[in-house]
Design a binder for this molecule. Sequence first.
Ligand SMILES: Cc1cc2nc3c(=O)[nH]c(=O)nc-3n(C[C@H](O)[C@H](O)[C@H](O)COP(=O)(O)O)c2cc1C
Ligand code: SF4
Length: 470
Amino acid sequence: MATFEPVLTRNWNVPDARTLKVYESRGGYQSARKALTTMDPDAVVNVVKDSELRGRGGAGFPCGLKWTFLPKDRKETLMCVNGDESEPATFNNRYLLERDPHMFLEGILISCFATRASTAYVYLRFEYINAYKIMEQAIEEARAAGHLGKNIYGTGFNLDVWLHRGAGAYICGEETGLIESLEGKRGWPRIKPPFPAIEGAFRKPTVVNNIETLCCVPHIIERGANWFKSIGTPKSYGPKLYTVSGHVEKQVCVELPLGVTTRQLIDDHAGGVWKGRKAKAAVPGGISMGLLSADELDVPLDFESLRKPGCLGLGTAAVTVIDDHTPIIDYLVNTARFFAHESCGQCTPCREGTGWMNKTIHRIKNGGGRIEDLDVMLHLANNLGIIPGTTICGLADGAAWPIKNAVAKFRGELEEYIRTHQTPGAGPTPLQLDIAAGRKVDLVTIGNAIAAPTAPPPAAALHSPGRPSA
Ligand SMILES: Cc1cc2nc3c(=O)[nH]c(=O)nc-3n(C[C@H](O)[C@H](O)[C@H](O)COP(=O)(O)O)c2cc1C
Ligand code: SF4
């Protein structure tokens, strides 16, 4: 295999690479000039389509193909760039923004030219205030130099780029939640269809792409679709930024060909598992994607291979390592709490399901688990999400996968934990047992008992399931 030459990170260690002067001195904006002055928009779309660039935001949808879904007779197109980056342990977009803002702007420029969008909104995660300031400056520089604004390179093409700070919610990263939030509304995902390409921001045809996806575009224009397809694994082409964190010696963000393995990331780039320990498991691409066990660490991290060990996909390629001193129940406590908190609440299965999972997992953690809880949670996980067709968006699938994988791969450990961590009074209440067993519940009696308690609550009620003890 030819030596891999990083392109997305090529300016990261160059002094002042954020400035336009340095970026241009290293060949910056040449791809944009090439595209705008020597190609027509459809030709740009075709090169990106031929490269088989797949979206880096999580779903891996082919980028060029998505662009062709825009209506042919549209009068206006909008571009929304997804920089919400709220998937836990993911920070590749932040690095791109902070270290090479002009490469990102060049990607926006070429992609907007291709899709005929004259307005681009960059939706940035609320907490990314540093990246916001860096981008503000880069946009100003690019506009002053004629890379943005009116009649770019004398071609008659106009482009304005606007920064928009996010709303501090994970759900605003879902593309239609993002659009609603951008419009000034609550970030509730929309029912699809219509998809954004037909009716997106302000009800106009809209392209939504991730920051890293757009950063690939200048390099595809410069080097061609065949170069891009010479990197990676079948159906997963090109370079990719992987972040590695959790129980490793060194947290890193590295650019590698798609298809590297978790073991290579840990051993060759992150300094190994910390404290000389062993890996028990690893999250392959953000917590929504599930879990790899220690003997699955050689599975290629690409869009196709992760289905074999039962993961949801590559997601954001954010690898989190879990060492062999960490109980799997702790991983579940964190994931369940996150999804219960971030569910937007529109769909009953997601709103109630993530809440119940969270309560059950906390009850197990606190010593009130029952072996049957594992199957009840699996049943719940199997009926939650877009894949079983019960919810509007994929947050619910992301909530289900950690449970599906943890129960399938670590059932023995979880059962052992339940058996050996029984705390008197921490179990389900009689009412919960009645409901779980499908027994008839007299709501009037329960309501009266709650309204007029005759005795102090029993210790079990104070330690209610779902509430970790203080
Ligand atoms: C709950 C949820 C959160 C998401 N968060 C992000 C995010 O932070 N950034 C992102 O690019 N995509 C996120 N996505 C995926 C987007 O909906 C969309 O697929 C993506 O922005 C499209 O860009 P791409 O094709 O370039 O990957 C999320 C999806 C879901 C269901
Ligand atoms: S699946 Fe969950 S997060 Fe997504 S729209 Fe429904 S309730 Fe909201």
